[in-house]
Ligand binder design. Sequence first.
Ligand code: FAD
Ligand code: NAD
Length: 465
Amino acid sequence: MLKPMSCKLLVIGAGPGGYVCAIRAGQLGIDTVVVEALRPGGTCLNIGCIPSKALIHAAEVFEAAKAAAEANNPLGISASAPVLNLAKTVEWKDGIVARLTGGVTGLMKKAGVKYVSGTARFENGETVIVATDMGEQEIHAENIVIATGSVPVEIPSLPFGERIISSKEALKLSEPPERLVVVGGGYIGLELGTAYAKLGSQVTVVEAAPRILPLYDAELSAPVARRLARLGVEVLTSTKALGLSPDGASLRVESEETARSLPADRILVAVGRKPNFEGLGLEELAIDMEGRHIRVDDRCRTAMRGVYAIGDATGEPMLAHRAMAQGEMVAEIVAGHKRAWDKQAIPAVCFTDPEIVSVGLGPEEARASGREIKTALFPFAANGRAMTLQSEEGFVRVVARADNHLILGIQAVGAGVSELASGFGLALEMGARLEDLAATIHAHPTMGEAVPEAALRALGKALHV
Ligand code: FAD
Ligand code: NAD
């Protein structure tokens, strides 16, 4: 047993929620300790957002090189067929991860945060025991933040193993599987499924819902479905994965009409994630749960005084930027600032091809909430920059209140539209109206010009369509 420690704030988990909370707390002069079982940066930096986007970028570059090798390339560029060394790609991706996790470690140090490497377990609401390499470390804290993140959901009939993998293993393969079956046509399944299709795998997506990306409306997901078809990805909707065939070489799937066996070298199971409380000793606390996650109020407080929860541990939407915003808020609350969750919207971006962005309410959601709305979209087919980028698929769509034109939501689907999410978020946070979007000069030629055009169209004053 190591000498007990005490602090004002103990953060369990150094993912984007935990490390941001610890850094801000340290900056505010709070005596802060962060405990991490694996590596700083959590899922996001090590096995999630960043490595997946690195792989997606490499796949796009490979795809572009393949296009240049095709006869009749319209750009007049010719090249010989590219060759992929995925092990080298993974090495490059690991370099980015190392730079970022090293950066996070440095930032925590600079803020005066003490870092303890080990697995934390609650003894009670003020005491945590950490299993470290050097023995057990007891830590007493006035405030504790649970930022333990999430883990992939496993399908009981498809336990993770050599052939059946989660996103973690999919981000470190040494070569693309010849035949990849993806179970789950959500964020992970489609981001990584698309990347592997571009890297040369024969990809089949098995989705239980009637369409892919059920989280987004059908108008937004349709261009993604069309692109998947052009990439040769077979998409089986309203289809359930049952289990492996007796020889273990195929996945048995079933829909209302048919049952099939899909030969697979690898099966990527991506059917959602669940909060990670394994071995944490939550049963020692008097907190409330809501389904699988911890119930928190608008200050991320649990039912137990001094115990907070942030990030994926608090349920949907399980997104890194939400975890970070919660972490920053909790650090300021512990420092005595008056803070509460007052965000107008949490942007959601799906890094498929094309990308999807959604901030605020879509037209169906807005109508379902009983509002009268004005909505319009501007297609990239009428946008000059999109043409120069050979990316005419998609649109920007605005949703506003019919009476005072207050923006309720902005969505887009198209190449590189993830970068438009910042402007969309700003418009909602600032309480912009259609007239504000229409009156803002957007640089020419950019894809962003579709934003004022969509607003003008909603006002009945379209210029370019
Ligand atoms: P995590 O990042 O999961 O961190 C929790 C940390 O707590 C982990 O490091 C874990 O080791 C540690 N921990 C757990 N239990 C203990 C314990 N008992 N003691 C000590 N330490 C413990 N989100 C986006 O916004 N954009 C994206 O593009 C995106 N892409 C993704 C791609 C993939 C493949 C995956 C899997 C996820 C992606 N996400 C994305 C989701 C994002 O990674 C999570 O929402 C985010 O990491 C949640 O942050 P967190 O701090 O709550 O938890
Ligand atoms: P998801 O919820 O996005 O998608 C899961 C999909 O699996 C859904 O479409 C669901 O209908 C389907 N499904 C569920 N059970 C099934 C079954 N038995 N057979 C076939 N299909 C089934 O989950 P995910 O893709 O695993 O990602 C997990 C979480 O990670 C996301 O919800 C998101 O919060 C986060 N994430 C975010 C990003 C991003 O922001 N770009 C990227 C990756 C992951």
